[in-house]
Design a protein around this ligand. Structure first.
Ligand code: 4AD
Length: 456
């Protein structure tokens, strides 16, 4: 269908010329002599006003004014109020009619209500803005890594090893639920891959293998976690950005994380001014100023041990008590980033017991070279580390966790054949979007959220 994107009409209005646009009716007003339609085709947050002069020759179906109807409109671009382009309609055709039971009839619906219709909510201003910011952020992330000599690799989604060792993998099987085998081994031996397989929680292990050849790589794809966490920041399927860097130690990894986050936020502020103003007005007052502030200052850094001390001295009543050795909960993370630092902060050097087997063991024998990036409002958005590059130390850490070394022989080979210091991190893409938009529930920054007990 030949037509002009509504975005182009706003970007470079050719006043006086004729155009054809398509879109869905977002609002309409009718009066004796004139009718107005606000049309949106998804390319722009702003709607294009279509003006229908009812005293003229134009004949059209009254159903063209119904919300949700898809239209093809031809007409002349004219200057409306404050120089905003609008269309004086010459021809209005209904592409798809829309009955009155169309659920998006109100100007503002709650996010909870919209969650019940993920197939339609993209037609609201909020999701129009979220999806565009998401798209621009994704491009900015690719651009950042491409500009810095990283190679984009695609790591497998089906895997035989659990990267994080947290037992949160979805199983992949072709054997029906009622098949009976003598034991687990026999069951898996008969399954598609001849052994137990699952959906990857992280592309890191394979990413490390690629980085040991290409130097700097990144992945950008889905990760799956069967965590039973019904929280506003957990998805069972989330998008994961994972750079892996050879010849790098923990401070190098932290430098990349800070630079990348700042660069992509700058890009969104520059490329999505309308969307960001929308979020500032409707989701978090002062959002743009907060992001400008974030990117113009250094992020904070604190060790886990110092963070625990700060939390204990805070006098705050936390739901989860704080002791050295405990995992930081969202309430602790938010206290550190919001109350202590008032900005994004890296927490480093966690106790080895609460972190994964692959992290570099620090000389103190108690902590590992791990890093989490905590941001106000959300908590953790990045988790990373320097990796243990020493074969013997890695084996020891795996044995302490009773891991099956046979499943990790490829990974261990990397420490045998030209091992180098290396590290990387995982950025939860939806968590970054939450932070950038001020949208507080992760279910509202992805097209179809998958959470415990919820799939469609
Ligand atoms: O801290 P995590 O578990 O680290 C890893 O997976 C490492 N293998 C990454 C690496 O070093 N390459 O996860 C990384 C990030 C978290 O900080 C969080 O932002 C996000 O992934 N994340 C989730 N996002 C949404 N829903 C979930 N269930 C998530 N689990 C982790």
């Amino acid at each position: 269908m030949k037509h002009t994107d509504i975005k182009e009409i706003f970007a470079a209005p050719a006043f006086g010329s004729d155009v054809t646009v398509c879109g869905w009716v977002r609002t309409s007003r009718d009066s004796k002599n004139v009718a107005f339609i606000e049309l949106n085709d998804g390319t722009s947050l702003k709607h294009l006003q279509i003006v229908i002069d009812k005293s003229g020759e134009l004949s059209y179906d009254a159903e063209a004014l119904r919300l949700g109807t898809s239209l093809k409109v031809s007409g002349t671009v004219v200057e409306g109020r404050e120089g905003v382009p609008e269309i004086n309609a010459k021809e209005i055709g209904i592409i798809g009619s829309c009955p009155l039971e169309y659920p998006l009839q109100k100007k503002r619906h709650t996010l909870e209500f919209l969650r019940t219709m993920p197939h339609l909510r993209g037609r609201t201003n909020t999701f129009n803005a979220v999806l565009r910011v998401r798209s621009v952020l994704a491009e900015a992330i690719h651009q950042y890594f491409q500009d810095h000599n990283y190679v984009y690799v695609n790591t497998p989604l089906i895997t035989g090893s659990d990267c994080e060792g947290a037992g949160e993998m979805f199983q992949v099987t072709t054997i029906g639920y009622n098949t009976e085998y003598k034991n687990e081994d026999e069951y898996y031996a008969n399954d598609f891959f001849g052994k137990k397989a699952g959906l990857s929680v992280s592309g890191q292990l394979e990413g490390e293998m690629a980085a040991m050849a290409m130097g700097k790589i990144y992945t950008f794809g889905p990760s799956f976690r069967a965590e039973n966490s019904n929280t506003p920041k957990h998805l069972a399927e989330f998008w994961h950005v994972e750079p892996e860097i050879a010849f790098a130690e923990l401070p190098d990894v932290i430098e990349v994380a800070e630079d990348m986050v700042k660069t992509v936020i700058r890009t969104v502020l520059d490329k999505c001014p309308n969307e960001m103003q929308f979020f500032d007005a409707h989701f978090e007052k002062g959002l743009i100023a907060r992001l400008e502030e974030l990117i113009s200052h250094d992020f904070g850094t604190v060790t886990y041990t110092e963070a625990i001390k700060l939390l204990k001295e805070s006098g705050e009543e936390f739901v989860y008590p704080v002791e050295w050795g405990c995992d930081l909960q969202t309430e602790h993370e938010r206290y550190i980033s919001e109350k202590v630092f008032g900005k994004a902060v890296f927490v480093t050097d966690y106790p080895k017991e609460i972190k994964s087997f692959y992290m570099k063991q620090n000389p103190d024998g108690k902590t590992v070279a791990a890093v989490d990036l905590l941001v106000p409002g959300v908590g953790e958005i990045i988790g990373g580390s320097e990796r243990e590059a020493d074969y013997d130390k890695l084996i020891t850490a795996m044995k302490e966790r009773n891991m099956n070394l046979d499943l990790y022989s490829d990974y261990l080979d990397l420490r045998r054949f030209g091992s180098v210091p290396h590290g990387g991190f995982g950025l939860g893409f939806e968590r970054l979007i939450m932070y950038v938009t001020g949208v507080s529930n992760i279910r509202d920054v992805i097209l179809f959220p998958r959470t415990v007990g919820n799939i469609r």
